[in-house]
Design a protein around this ligand. Structure first.
Ligand code: TXA
Ligand code: MG
Length: 351
């Protein structure tokens, strides 16, 4: 019962959206495209429905979900009070778009499973015609994490969703590949500053431009000790391909490629199937069983757009040992590096 709109006419698309909205209202889960990644939606006011999201994804229940709406007026029903003035300015500038704001939640207005028991809720208006049409047709606030199995790379195509969750959800609305490719930027307002809780589709630079008079704070940047891989601390299992992965950083692309080649040759000699994640401009420098490019360094937004499909490609290729070249940690590159480091369990080699 998957509602496809990928190749059909306008009428089949409208029908698929109406069908998907009906499923949401009935308390089913439905995957749908947004401008960032595909989301797995459920009626945020219905705990049984939201429970279905956690079950399908295998998601730990202490990780709260983002609520999606089509119109700012819908916020009044579940946000407590008026959002802080800087947050309202960000909503004016970036909604609809890849920005999630954390605001106080109105007691009892959404399922406690959505907020994971917190007194706040994350909310955004996605900038995608299919998402907006679906949200309007459903009429309810829709809780939606990324529509991947927990720990896997987020889905940027309907087939990624089907690979991970096929048969475990009410339906998939196919809206083609997503545009931004990494998730929304999550921000909160606290003690006179905007805090970036998760870098994403709206860059820190864009936030600062929109709020020149407000401090915008972000998590510490990538600073790694030279030479050795960082001691594996807490093992993250986010956005990760099945093979082991490490991120390689360095200023000289040729030296980086040379170091990678030696390390990959050694891995191959141990019987590993090797993978390299690189960029279009650097493809020719690399040798591995699978050399995959996420996009063009000259156009960083293409790297964000292609990142998750590239990570999934390693699983199709059966890669067991993967080295990923880092990219500049500015603009949208900040979000890309955040996801790469998580996929690598924070294991970094500086060449
Ligand atoms: O682009 C996106 O944001 C996608 C699409 C589907 O909209 N959604 C998404 O959801 O990435 P998810 O569940 O994969 O990530 C939600 C993030 C998590 O890092 C979560 O911890 C944070 O938002 N979050 C949600 N509610 C929060 C809250 N009340 N306080 C702090 N962080 C919160
Ligand atoms: Mg996610």
């Amino acid at each position: 019962d998957e509602a496809g709109t990928g190749t059909g006419t306008r009428e089949t698309a409208d029908k698929a959206i109406a069908e998907a909205a009906g499923l949401l209202v009935q308390g089913e889960t439905v995957a749908f495209p947004t401008e960032t990644v595909y989301g797995l939606g459920a009626d945020a006011t219905n705990s049984a429905a939201v429970e279905g999201i956690y079950r399908a994804k295998g998601r730990p229940s202490d990780n709260p979900l983002i609520v999606h709406i089509a119109d700012r007026s819908q916020m009044d029903a579940f946000a407590e009070g008026t959002p802080a003035e800087p947050l309202r300015r960000l909503m004016d500038v970036f909604w609809p778009g890849p920005l999630t704001v954390i605001v106080p939640v109105r007691a009892g207005a959404v399922s406690p499973l959505v907020t994971a028991g917190l007194s706040t809720v994350g909310v955004r208006i996605p900038d995608h015609p299919v998402a907006l049409a679906l949200l309007r047709a459903a009429g309810c606030p829709v809780a939606a994490p990324s529509a991947n199995s927990s720990g896997r790379p987020s889905p940027t195509m309907a087939e990624h969703v089907a690979d991970d969750l096929g048969g475990r959800i009410g339906g998939i609305v196919d809206g083609g590949p997503t545009g931004v490719g990494v998730e929304s930027t999550v921000v909160e307002w606290a003690s006179g500053a905007i805090y970036i809780l998760r870098p994403g589709g709206v860059t820190a630079e864009q936030l600062r431009e929109a709020l020149p008079d407000v401090p915008v704070r972000e998590p510490a940047r990538t600073e790694e000790p030279a030479g050795t891989p960082r001691a594996p601390g807490m093992k993250y299992a986010h956005y990760a391909p099945k093979g082991s992965m490490r991120v390689v950083l360095g200023d000289d692309p040729k030296a980086v490629a040379e170091w990678m080649r030696r390390d990959l040759d050694a891995a191959k000699a141990r019987g590993e199937r090797t993978g390299v994640l690189t960029y279009d401009e650097r493809r020719g420098l690399h040798h591995a069983d699978a050399v995959v490019s996420s996009g063009r360094l000259a156009e960083p937004e293409t790297i964000a757009r292609g990142l998750y499909a590239a990570l999934r490609q390693f699983d199709r290729e059966g890669a067991t040992y993967i080295l990923a070249e880092g990219c500049p940690d500015t603009g949208i590159g900040r979000a890309v590096m955040n996801r790469l480091l998580k996929a690598a369990g924070q294991e970094v080699i500086r060449v």
